[in-house]
Design a protein around this ligand. Structure first.
Ligand code: NDP
Length: 456
């Protein structure tokens, strides 16, 4: 008789949990995974994937307009149908969730589609069936959940990014609360779909933590796209008007009326009611599971990966953490994830792509910096007549000549930064960038043609 029912029990079949389960099983472990919602987790079901499809939809608006300058005449004014997009995206999500399930089945991972709670360091209870399972190792990969903290009166009249994918109709007016990734991505895409969007944010600028030059330029571009901003402003309460619309009252200034209030004020680790306290697992102030570099909690048999640990809350990071855990625990290959140099994008239009340190962060970290920047009108905008600018910035350590930050605002910024992140991760110097021959005509060639540092 085996000492435990399984070698690994994974709670949460999102990006991190699924990867860990499949890899562990591949190493010969007996693995069971439980998911209380749909297989696939936040990214596939209500995050990155459906959001990016919405972003694609929103950008057709620009293409229709730009086409005129290139000689195209559309027979009629394009009309957008929200239910068609919403349902097509929902179907794609269902397809992907099915593929995740197939992948788990194919890897011989036992799947339980019900909520699991931890009874003790080696025991899981499945809530619906009541089944108890003992496991040598438990991996918590339950992700995060939208939060509005502290709650405000009428907060329940708002929706989160979970619900935004299923709106019965496209609203005429939308108020978006928050100034981070989710707030700006949805503000940007809904504005392009024809919604009158207002962003209300407590800070004096959007995207705290990003490079200042990018923050300001993105805000200006979004304003130009028709988004209204109420900055330096917190929301006090939301009420429902007789016609069903919402009215948001702010600490300063006039109230704002909207058909939908999207609250995007951050996410919290999903640890409530999981039995972690009973098992003695230490949590941080936001409820995150405190883990070491190997994703181990203070209880030796319990590990955690992904957003539930609130380290770097990005899908590819969760996947790596899950993979590293499985290799290290079951595959005899110890490795950990380097959280230091991770590229990310904000899928607004224009898009933000970034890797490494912002100028401010570099200075604060003690680097003597040289900054190279380029702002230009993209080639396509010359004939289309669209008023837009692309911005690129390199932050270089003056002593070592290493490029320690790349920040781009413009078309395909995410795609460009993904490639340049390889060079930056390898420790490329500005001289390496300079000796790279430009690919012409492209926007990304600017990255290798900037020669004069700012203020020199
Ligand atoms: P973010 O942390 O990015 O943004 C939260 C925003 O809400 C900030 O502007 C914050 O302001 C504001 N805020 C927080 N608390 C309050 C409050 N009580 N009252 C008013 N405003 C508040 O979180 P998101 O929800 O946008 O996204 C969650 C995470 O998901 C991100 O950190 C990111 O890691 C991930 N994500 C990644 C995406 C991508 O890679 N493209 C896309 C979407 C999400 P302040 O700046 O002042 O703190």
């Amino acid at each position: 008789m085996a000492e435990y029912d399984v070698d690994l029990f994974v709670i949460g079949a999102g990006s991190g949990g699924t990867r860990a389960a499949r890899i562990a099983s591949g190493h010969g472990a007996r693995v069971m995974i439980a998911e209380a919602d749909r297989i696939g987790g936040t990214c596939v079901i209500r995050g990155c994937v459906p959001k990016k499809l919405f972003v694609y939809a929103s950008r057709f608006m620009d293409d229709f307009e730009d086409a005129a300058g290139f000689g195209w005449t559309l027979p009629e004014k394009p009309v957008f149908d929200w239910p068609t997009l919403r349902d097509a995206v929902a179907n794609e999500v269902t397809r992907l969730s099915g593929l995740y399930r197939k992948g788990l089945d194919g890897a011989k991972v036992e799947v339980r589609e019900e909520r699991a709670v931890i009874e003790d360091a080696h025991t899981i209870r499945l809530e619906t069936s009541g089944q108890k399972v003992t496991a040598r190792h438990i991996l918590v990969a339950t992700g995060g959940w939208p939060s509005f903290d502290p709650p405000i009166p009428g907060g329940e009249l708002g929706i989160s990014s979970n619900e935004v994918f299923h709106l019965p109709a496209l609203p005429k007016r939308m108020l978006v609360v928050g100034g981070g990734y989710i707030a700006l991505e949805f503000a940007s895409l809904f504005a392009r779909l024809g919604v009158a969007v207002t962003v209300l944010h407590r800070g004096d600028n959007i995207l705290r933590g990003f490079d200042e030059d990018v923050r300001t330029r993105l805000r200006d571009a979004l304003k130009e796209a028709g988004i209204a901003f109420r900055l330096g402003c917190t929301i006090d309460r939301i009420e429902q008007l007789p016609d069903g619309a919402r009215r948001a009252h702010c600490a300063t200034g006039a109230p704002i009326d909207a058909d939908v209030v999207l609250v995007a004020t951050g996410r919290r680790p999903n640890t409530k009611g999981l039995g972690l306290a009973k098992a003695g697992v230490e949590l941080g102030p936001l409820g995150e599971i405190l883990v070491d570099a190997a994703s181990a909690s203070n209880v030796p048999s319990i590990h955690a990966v992904g957003d539930v640990t609130n380290r770097v809350n990005l899908t590819p990071v969760a996947i790596r953490e899950g993979h590293a855990f499985a290799d290290s625990t079951f595959g005899g290959r110890n490795w950990t994830v380097d959280h230091g140099m991770i590229a990310s994008a904000v899928f607004t239009t224009p898009e933000v792509g970034t890797v490494g340190l912002s100028e401010t962060q570099a200075v604060a970290a003690g680097h003597e910096v040289r900054v190279f920047e380029s702002g230009f009108r993209p080639m396509k905008a010359t004939i289309s007549g669209r008023h837009e600018r692309t911005y690129m910035k390199l932050v270089v350590d003056a002593k070592t000549d290493k490029v320690i930050g790349v920040h781009i605002l413009g078309h395909d910024a995410g795609e460009i930064v993904q490639s340049v992140a390889i060079a930056v991760t390898m420790g490329a110097t500005k001289a390496d960038f300079d000796r790279t021959v430009a690919l012409h005509p492209s926007a990304a060639e600017e990255l290798v043609t900037m020669r004069t540092p700012r203020n020199s």
